[in-house]
Design a protein around this ligand. Structure first.
Ligand code: AMP
Ligand code: ZN
Length: 118
């Protein structure tokens, strides 16, 4: 599996840098964001080093599908309310113009009570 020894999130997935683990299987790692932007904010990453959404290949589609299927389950486990009245937000920043800071593909999962009803 491809791995970049200089990549922060590869190091987190391998346990070389500590993180607050939310979930792990053979392909996916999830951990709490160190600087949360919402009451619930965690990141889901493939263990495989994929720099950004724009570098995803067709062969990665099942892995990304698995992450999308897993996200609502983990969001609920982390305290997001289920169903239409609850919910969460999924964000993927892509590239400099997209505000990406860490170049290892990650889904931001954010939820919890909103400060206003906008
Ligand atoms: P992005 O701008 O989409 O690349 O987001 C990178 C995210 O990684 C930011 O929300 C950071 O707070 C988060 N982050 C950076 N370093 C760590 C870390 N060591 N552990 C957990 N989250 C981190
Ligand atoms: Zn990486």
């Amino acid at each position: 599996m491809s791995h970049d020894p200089n990549c922060l999130f590869c190091k987190i997935a391998k346990g070389e840098i500590p993180s607050q683990k939310v979930y792990e299987d053979e392909e996916i790692y999830a951990f709490k964001d160190i600087n949360p932007a919402a009451p619930i904010h965690f990141l889901m990453i493939p263990k495989k080093h994929i720099p950004m959404l724009a570098s995803v290949e067709v062969a990665d589609a099942p892995l990304l599908g698995k992450m999308m299927e897993l996200a609502p389950r983990l969001a609920q486990e982390q305290g997001c309310r289920p169903g239409k009245e609850g919910g969460f937000r999924l964000v993927v920043n892509n590239g400099v113009d997209g505000g990406q800071e860490v170049y290892h593909l990650h889904l931001h999962v954010m939820g919890g009570p909103r400060p206003c009803n906008k």
